[in-house]
Design a protein around this ligand. Structure first.
Ligand SMILES: *Cc1c(COP(=O)(O)O)cnc(C)c1O
Length: 431
């Protein structure tokens, strides 16, 4: 178990969380390497080990720092980036460019240039306009690049509206209308500088039902057939995106096989029946590889009891280090790490320290009775926490430590006040 209680203290991947808080300060992001490795291995077992010509491309936007890129590289994964900044970070970490794939609905010319210059593995192209930008850059630099088209299969998936991306009304991908998609496919197949491989979809995030993925696979198979009929072109690669849900509070995480095996069985069977080689299959999990591995430690400060209404427990972080409750009404579970054996029978609302009533990390949850100076652990903050962190109210971005079997290593230093103002200038007229 990653979480353990010894003599009333919470341990995380073998590390005493109170000692972590003392050594590195709070707020602090803590990642269990063991948990990340467990997730990677579970995914390999039912996907890359089980089916040949498959790849896992970790979606870096969930948590994309150099240390994580190194870990993913060591474990043999590819990565999926969505900006020049993520691409740069991965390259600086020594990640092999040919194992990098680039997604995004509005890639900038300088980002595309960077990607083509580094010689990355794939660009997932969001429309015919982007195709011509890429072709121009390739011609100018005498380079070639492999691409897929991102399509919007138009299926509905059940998640928060802000994290549903596969429906037709979306700023991502290309609609399936023939008069839009087919000329784009024709242009990509005929292009002399891009190597068109096939299609990509990503339906949304934090999904617990495989039916939208399975519906999207059917639509994908039809599109593959249409591409063959119309252009005589056999699709070589498909990318099924990510979105596999994780446990925050009461959810039960589905094993990865629940999503991956039925999709793979369907695709394998389809091509076997037709006597054709099935395309290479790629997936892009983000949250499901790192979300449950991460947690955040805070120090409890003010406690305010509003008689007959609510008791607020304020911690020294909040929306700057975790915007998800404010953005998606995300729910979390937590524990007072130095009172881990005590019964959690105090109903409280845990808030942050920002000047926003929306800065609430956990509303009406049962916790051990908190006192100033206690350490609060909030679980499952590994995905879209650090990567969405901000300096709101000029709070420095917390440090990140990687822990494994009692070993601790700093992955990101805590930002200093000077770090925060280093790009700020006093306008000349005010000096
Ligand atoms: C965000 C994203 C992912 C990863 O989604 P998770 O829910 O974190 O698994 C994969 N592919 C694309 C294109 C994305 O935008």
């Amino acid at each position: 178990m990653i979480e353990q209680v010894k003599e009333g203290v919470l341990y995380y991947d073998g590390c005493n969380t109170i000692e972590l808080a003392e050594k590195f300060g709070t707020p602090l992001y803590v990642y269990s390497e063991t948990d990340i490795l467990n997730k990677i291995n579970e995914m390999k077992e039912c996907f890359t080990d089980k089916y040949e010509r498959t790849r896992i491309a970790y979606a870096a936007k969930a948590f994309g720092v150099m240390g994580i890129f190194r870990l993913m590289e060591r474990e043999g994964l590819c990565i999926d980036v969505v900006s020049g900044g993520e691409l740069y970070t991965a390259i600086k970490a020594g990640f092999p460019p040919e194992r990098i794939e680039f997604n995004g609905n509005n890639k900038q010319i300088h980002e595309l240039e960077m990607a083509i210059e580094y010689g990355i593995g794939r660009i997932i192209v969001d429309g015919i306009e982007e195709l011509s930008l890429i072709e121009d850059i390739c011609k100018e630099k005498s380079k070639e690049i492999s691409i897929l088209y991102r399509i919007t299969p138009g299926v509905r998936s059940d998640s928060h509206d802000y994290i549903v991306t596969g429906k037709k009304d979306s700023q991502f991908g290309m609609p399936l209308d023939d008069h839009i998609l087919m000329p784009a496919v024709d242009a990509a197949i005929k292009s002399e500088v891009v190597d068109f491989k096939g299609y990509h979809f990503h339906l949304g995030s934090q999904l617990f039902d495989n039916s939208s993925h399975l519906q999207a696979v059917e639509i994908l198979l039809e599109l593959i057939e249409k591409t063959k009929d119309k252009f005589g072109f056999e699709v070589e690669e498909v990318n099924l995106g990510g979105g596999f849900g994780i446990r925050y509070t009461t959810e039960v995480r589905k094993p990865f096989s629940y999503f991956l095996e039925p999709m793979m069985e369907r695709i394998e069977e389809y091509f076997k029946d037709k006597g054709r080689i099935r395309p290479e299959v790629v997936i892009e999990p983000g949250r499901s590889l790192v979300g449950e591995a991460g947690m955040t430690l805070y120090t409890v400060g003010n406690i305010k009891e509003i008689e007959g209404i609510r008791k607020y427990v304020a911690v020294n972080g909040g929306m700057p280090d975790n915007i998800r409750p404010a953005l998606y009404q995300a729910k979390y579970r937590g524990i007072i790490a130095n009172k881990a054996s005590v019964e959690a029978n105090d109903i409280v609302t845990v808030c942050g320290k920002c000047c926003e009533s929306g800065d609430v990390l956990m509303r009406d949850v049962a916790l051990q009775k908190a006192e100033r100076g206690d350490v609060l652990a909030v679980f499952t903050t590994g995905a879209y926490g650090y990567s969405m962190a901000s300096n709101y109210n000029k709070n420095p971005i917390p440090a990140v430590v990687l822990v494994k079997d009692g070993r601790t290593e700093l992955m990101v230093k805590r930002q200093s006040y000077d770090d925060m103002i280093k790009n700020e200038l006093i306008p000349e007229s005010m000096r």
